[in-house]
Write a protein that binds this ligand. Structure first.
Ligand code: MC0
Length: 148
């Protein structure tokens, strides 16, 4: 992992969400709802990623977001993750102001992103990823949310 302290990237706005992989979507949703009061705020199938994802939120202004993910097919990264590691924390999503600008900055620092171009994410967002081997074992998603 690169030590970028001397020239930190500008443009991270928030932790957008934490992704949780599961083979049992409804049981996982019920767990976070019944124990912590998370409510479902969005549900979507992402054909490109081959996932169904459900965004859960808690807190006034919904600062806490969890994205529960299940695989739609064996070609999904979520399927591979579940096979290898079982259910659990899958990725950390950082919300950035401008994904294109941010990725240009990362590439200038020699970092590789998984996709050459941003891809569609939840609720019309744009997403890209940094591989866990380049990020201390954490799959980092970068997300630019759609204009409200
Ligand atoms: C794999 N590894 C992980 C990991 N997935 N480490 C931490 N967190 C994860 N989620 C580690 C393995 O343990 C292994 O470590 C190494 O990575 C294997 O690398 P690989 O051969 O490239 O493994 P693959 O084939 O499982 O692919 C990993 C990769 C994949 C990150 C490239 O998961 C991927 O393409 N992710 C991006 C897309 C994605 O995650 N989609 C689902 C969320 P060792 O130490 O054994 O080498 S879609 C989403 O989230 C959207 C809907 C949204 O938010 O809007």
């Amino acid at each position: 992992m690169e030590n970028a302290a001397a020239a930190a990237m500008d443009g991270v706005l928030a932790i957008d969400h934490v992704g949780v992989a599961t083979a049992d979507l409804e049981a996982t949703i019920a767990y976070y709802r019944d124990l912590f009061g998370f409510v479902e705020v969005h549900r979507e199938e992402n054909a490109e990623q081959q996932v169904i994802e459900v965004m859960l939120a808690a807190g006034a202004g919904r600062p806490a977001q969890l994205q529960v993910l299940a695989a739609l097919s064996a070609s999904s990264a979520i399927h591979r993750f579940l096979e290898r590691s079982g259910p659990g924390q899958h990725h950390l999503a950082l919300r950035v102001a401008d994904l294109e600008e941010f990725t240009v900055g990362l590439r200038a620092r020699g970092l590789q992103l998984l996709y050459p171009e941003a891809r569609p994410g939840t609720a019309d967002s744009k997403i890209n990823f940094i591989h866990p081997r380049d990020a201390g074992g954490v799959l980092i998603e970068l997300v630019e949310t759609a204009e409200e």
